[in-house]
Design a protein around this ligand. Structure first.
Ligand code: FPP
Ligand code: MG
Ligand code: MG
Length: 323
């Protein structure tokens, strides 16, 4: 199934999710509406809410709460992107200027806070202590992951294990919550909830590994983000970590220096050659494929349906994408 077919399958639910998203954006404060609309309507893939919808349908959930849950998860994700682009000093996302580039850092952070706190208001409307608990945990871990990543910045001795922990916290944890909570809403048996959670976790990890790979291999037009951002920040992602452990002495020294100084973009061509030659890009791709396979494997106890097939296809698309 391609992405269009997957979206078609979830279309009716996703339209309802979008209505909820727009209605919950409203505020008497003009800048919130303006910036909020800019970021919510900015060509995002709505990947996380789509996962919640597909997971809920795959287990034949009969209620309506999955719609609000999906909107909540998109709000949390969007809030985190507003903060992220400030922290990362990013100027381009989804092919457009970032909110911070257009409205400034203060407005971005504060509207991020609005979206984040609105998501908690919506959670209380859902009235499930379990949902509240899991989303409080997931967002707390998200923040932890970002702080951990900050500590790794400019540190060429960051281990692969430490990096994997960062990407689990900053990305996979919210995917995990997005899918697990469909099972929680449906009051599914624990093994189904765990299967959905594992699927989300592995998919999220595959997604972030691919994101980190694309920061070296994509082009800015396709990606809609400036490539080389990670390198410019001295962020030790897996391609660099692998090259430091496996490259020639010269390659290691070059990459160490780029991470330490945090302005490796001036040697981007040399670094790309080194990453290719020592197999770092291939290794990262293979790690992403492994996680994608594990995501698919995790669904084995879910009965077959178009929705399950859509989840399987998404796990493949997450690593095949070029944007
Ligand atoms: C994108 O990663 C960012 C995240 C996955 C999470 C960002 C989370 C925070 C800033 C914590 C604040 C959280 C809340 C809930 C307000 P990236 O920078 O590697 O990817 P990119 O290339 O898309 O920018
Ligand atoms: Mg970023
Ligand atoms: Mg970031």
């Amino acid at each position: 199934m391609d992405l269009n077919a997957i979206r078609q399958l979830a279309d009716s639910d996703m339209q309802d999710v979008n209505k909820l998203i727009y209605s919950q954006l409203e505020s008497d404060v003009a800048l919130i509406n303006q910036l909020g609309f800019y970021i919510i309507n900015g060509g995002g893939k709505r990947m996380r809410p789509l996962l919640t919808i597909l997971a809920a349908r795959a287990i034949d959930y009969q209620g309506e709460a999955h719609l609000k849950l999906a909107a909540i998860i998109e709000f949390i994700h969007t809030a985190s992107l507003l903060h992220d682009d400030v922290v990362d000093e990013s100027m381009l996302r989804r092919g457009r200027e970032t909110a911070n580039a257009l409205f400034g850092n203060s407005a971005s952070v504060l509207v991020g806070d609005f979206l984040y706190t609105r998501s908690f208001q919506m959670m209380t409307e859902l009235g499930s202590m379990k949902v509240l608990e899991m989303l409080a945990d997931a967002t707390n871990v998200l923040a932890e992951g970002e702080v951990l990543q900050l500590m790794n910045c400019n540190d060429p001795d960051t281990s692969e294990e430490n990096y994997m922990r960062v990407i689990y916290c900053k990305t996979a944890k919210l995917f995990e919550a997005a899918t697990r909570l469909a099972g929680v809403l449906a009051d599914s048996p624990i093994e189904i909830q765990t299967a959905l959670a594992d699927y989300g976790k592995y998919l999220g990890t595959a997604f972030q590994l691919t994101d980190d790979l694309l920061d070296y291999t994509a082009n800015t037009e396709e990606l809609g983000k400036n490539i080389g951002d990670d390198l410019a920040e001295g962020k030790p992602t897996l391609p660099l970590i692998y090259a430091i452990a496996n490259g020639t002495e010269k390659e290691q020294a070059l990459i160490r220096k780029a991470i330490e100084l945090g302005d490796g973009t001036q040697y981007i061509d040399e670094i790309l050659t080194a990453l290719n030659k020592c197999g770092a890009l291939e290794y990262t791709l293979n790690r992403a494929l492994e996680e994608s396979d594990k995501a698919i494997e995790a669904l084995s106890c879910i009965p077959d349906s178009d929705y399950k097939q859509a989840l399987i296809s998404l796990a493949k698309i997450a690593v095949e994408r070029n944007h």
